[in-house]
Design a protein around this ligand. Structure first.
Ligand code: MOS
Length: 711
């Protein structure tokens, strides 16, 4: 079956009446997942050969010799591919994806060979027997402020690198209250439960020569990226991902393992090849959040009204491929202020390529901005909630466009009431409960509302008033397959039990990535468009077999609006007076995100993101050894992710809302906003508890020990 490439009509669907939307429907895929019958990428084709990669042990240089004779002689080993014998790619311009093409090494951990064997054990043993010699060159792998001098052309998601309005320097000089501080966030690695895995099958003569069972956030995007590397059209690549065990952005863009698996499959035509990265390998091969350094300047009048906002970001990219995170963009839109300057500068290091991690940009950017706002509140003697309310802005401060919905103040007030913010001590270090200093903190949150173009859906009328709804989307654990069925039911005006939803395959209509918190918005809009098209083509009561395909289109009013969601996060933190141990006793988030399509699944998204925010506040940090260039904390023992014992009382609420500019469902995205501002609320609460200001993540116990230097 080939992918539909002809262009169906595209439309902005009318708003959908909510009947199934808004109901707390349980996850449709829940039973399959908990009973182990859900099949993940590596669980297909038990006859597959196993592939294990060999990684470079230098950060920069050339391979001078690669000897695979011993590996090939090992029982069970079928083949060893390296740059001398792997298939040639049709396009090598993307140096992250152009693996096994030449002798150059651009970062430590780069794939230099892959061993194929009949068993996983033999492949691992074979990989250990491959002998590689290098001519190492001087490398740079440390992010130092003085080296971050390169201006990227643009930053992730297409934002401009720099903005400059008014005269920040003068406004700072004239301001009654100022904050000038530097904040930093460490390298962070996504650790989805299911590691990245690709099962590839190459059959030269087939209509679709390449089949990939892939753990990915987007089947069509994988086909689109991988096909041209192998001289194929996207329609000649079938990508299947019915179940995916998490991604958080790390499976949003194809990485080199998909190419390695395909090259391996090409070498053994007709035989499936299974490549599952190990947990350790994820730390070099699956993207990560760059470390960031934010130089913040805030200036305000005596009442705390911002006049100057400055946010200069220093971060890194890889020398082999540019990825510039949009860390300062949050400071362009969050608060009022006539004078504003933001910039991004990069150090190009000999390190693995950074990529997406839940709220790339907004997460570290919000940490800097929202801790700086807390410092401004202290300096001005204004309550931190009130300071944020005073700096609410009726339109986008740089662009002058109205917001679709800006209910930040609502979120701050409702969240404050639910959390019990009132009666908070004005001074820090005011509350000691036994041996624990207790404090509270707040931060604002936001995330842009993206609706991606290029999404299509097909609706087919079946017997007995049932419908089959097809869209090439992926459910990475978010609950998309349940939520899309709710949306489809309302779009078709039938109960949800009448909807058979098909997702997770390139056989289905084109769909964009499960990323940018845009999945449900973009795919749901296409489903709504297809349902309208069916009605137009076949009337109110289509006969079985009638079908229509349509593309969704964002509401044109989005052009004239600044499209964002908002929220407020509140934290209660306890810091042990003798050990500095820090516990997050409570976290509460209040959000304005449009209509909630499914309150059970939405709550899970928010709780998951708050937990990830808590985790980044207290624990997560990837330590890179600049001498060798690799991340040394490459397992879940040394890279601690928050566990049950770390997470106490979490709660969320949302305002009732329907945003018909955003989507026909009235919803906006919810995947990422919960991690935005969360680490700042915790760091601010820790300051309120102890009087110690920590400006770099993670906020660890040593910062609170007597005599320790704050910072
Ligand atoms: Mo998400 S980091 O936009 O895949």
């Amino acid at each position: 079956m080939s992918t539909t490439q002809d262009q169906p009509p595209t439309r902005t669907a009318r708003p959908i009446q909510a009947r199934e939307m808004g109901r707390p429907v349980v996850r449709r895929d829940g039973r399959a997942k908990v009973t182990g019958t859900a099949t993940y990428a590596a669980e297909h084709r038990q006859d597959a050969l196993h592939a294990v990669v060999v990684q470079s042990t230098i950060a920069r240089g050339r391979i001078t010799a690669l000897v695979s004779a011993q590996a090939l002689a090992h029982p069970g080993v079928v083949a060893v591919l390296d740059h001398t014998n792997a298939g040639r790619l049709a396009d090598t311009s993307d140096r992250e994806l152009a693996v096994l093409q030449d002798d150059r090494v651009g970062f430590r951990g780069q794939v230099v060979a892959v061993v194929l064997a009949e068993t996983l054990e033999a492949a691992r043993e074979g990989a250990a027997l491959v002998k590689v010699s290098y001519a190492a060159e001087q490398h740079r792998a440390e992010l130092r402020e003085q080296d971050a001098t390169d201006t990227p052309e643009k930053v992730n998601a297409g934002y401009p690198t720099d903005t400059d309005q008014g005269d920040v320097d003068r406004a700072m000089a004239e301001a009654a209250v100022t904050v000038e501080q530097t904040y930093s966030t460490p390298y962070l690695h996504n650790n989805p439960m299911e590691p990245h895995a690709t099962l590839a099958l190459w059959d030269e003569g087939a209509e679709q020569p390449l089949v990939l069972h892939d753990s990915t956030q987007g089947v069509h995007p994988v086909a689109k990226t991988i096909a041209p590397l192998f001289g194929l059209e996207p329609a000649q690549v079938q990508v299947l991902a019915p179940y995916v065990g998490g991604g958080f952005g790390s499976k949003g863009l194809p990485h080199c393992h998909e190419v390695v698996a395909t090259l391996a499959a090409q070498a053994v035509p007709g035989r499936a090849v299974k490549l599952v990265l190990t947990r350790q390998q994820l730390f070099a091969l699956a993207g990560y959040r760059t470390a960031t350094i934010s130089r913040m300047r805030l200036g305000a009048d005596a009442e705390g009204r911002l006049t100057a906002v400055g946010h200069e970001v220093l971060e890194q990219t890889s020398a082999i491929k540019e990825f510039a995170e949009q860390t300062a963009t949050i400071s362009r839109m969050m608060y009022a202020g006539e004078h504003r300057r933001t910039s991004h500068r990069l150090a190009r290091l000999d390190v693995a390529v950074p990529s997406w991690m839940r709220a790339p940009g907004e997460m570290p950017g919000a940490h800097a901005l929202e801790v700086a706002m807390d410092e401004l509140a202290v300096a001005a003697g204004i309550d931190p909630v009130e300071l944020r309310v005073r700096n609410d802005q009726p339109e986008h401060p740089e662009e002058g466009t109205p917001w679709n919905h800006r209910r930040l103040v609502d979120c701050l007030h409702r969240g404050a009431a639910s959390f019990g913010w009132g009666g908070r001590a004005a001074e820090p270090r005011a509350t000691l409960d036994g041996d624990w200093w207790v404090g509270t903190g707040v931060a604002s949150a936001t995330y842009p509302t993206y609706v991606m173009p290029g999404n299509q859906a097909r609706v087919v009328a079946l017997e007995d008033g049932r419908f089959r709804v097809e869209v090439g989307a992926v459910d990475i654990g978010t609950g998309a397959s349940t939520v899309l069925a709710q949306i489809a039911a309302d779009a078709l005006d039938v109960p949800m039990t009448c909807v058979d939803l098909a997702i997770g395959s390139t056989d289905l209509p084109r769909a964009t990535v499960a990323g940018g918190s845009a999945g449900t918005s973009s795919w749901g809009g296409a489903i709504a468009a297809a349902a309208e098209q069916l009605r137009e083509d076949h009337g109110e009561h289509p006969s079985p077999g009638a079908e229509s395909t349509a593309g969704g289109q964002a509401d044109p009013r989005q052009q004239d609006h600044a499209m964002h969601s908002f929220g407020a996060v509140f934290a209660e933190v306890r810091v042990h007076r003798w050990t500095g141990e820090l516990r997050v006793a409570r976290l509460h988030g209040a959000y304005s995100v449009g209509r909630i399509v499914n309150p059970v699944l939405a709550r899970s998204q928010f709780l998951g993101a708050l937990t990830m925010g808590l985790s980044s506040a207290l624990f997560e940090a990837s330590v890179r050894d600049p001498r060798f260039g690799h991340v040394v904390t490459q397992d879940l023992a040394s890279y601690h992710v928050a566990s049950h014992a770390d997470v106490r009382d979490l709660s969320v609420e949302w305002v009732d809302e329907e945003d018909t500019i955003a989507t026909p469902m009235g919803s906006r995205g919810i995947g990422e906003i919960g991690i935005v501002g969360t680490s700042a609320a915790i760091a601010n609460a820790a300051h309120h508890a102890t009087g110690v200001r920590v400006r770099s993540l993670p906020v660890t116990a040593d910062r609170f020990l007597e005599g320790a230097t704050p910072g």
